[in-house]
Design a protein around this ligand. Sequence first.
Ligand code: RP5
Length: 166
Amino acid sequence: MSAAGTPVAIIMGSQSDWATMRHAAETLDALDVAYDSRIVSAHRTPDRLVAFAKGARDAGFKVVIAGAGGAAHLPGMAAAMTPLPVFGVPVESKALSGQDSLLSIVQMPAGIPVGTLAIGRAGAVNAALMAAAVLALNDAALADRLDAWRRKQTEAVAERPVDDSQ
Ligand code: RP5
């Protein structure tokens, strides 16, 4: 299911979610954290979801990032079938701008948590950062890389705005 030692699984409900979820992948790339990305639809490929989620821990994954849009049942259903931490990314839907995705993912019943991030790119980036922070608890080198990533971000913020309207 995953190359041995791949700590993060990025799953998404559809190919159309990749435009959002690639930001999680790129953030993990920047932190040199290995991941496996795959399409797992709660509705269109339910058997694939069951196989993935029930086998995720034994496959060696430590954290799951799950992105979906609309009736976004993927993160919650994955969380129901794995003890691993699941971070949910609400993908921005066309019809309701991701409000539907957000509410579908965030309103979990007590007992089955999904760590829900912001709608869209910000949520995908932050899900990757959350995953890295969890892994960094037992990985000092990754903790250093995460610190460096944040330092670089801080240093990239200009003191004053420039006129970029032209
Ligand atoms: C959800 O339906 C997916 O996560 C996606 O965000 C949304 C639309 O999927 P497509 O119709 O683009 O495949 O299951």
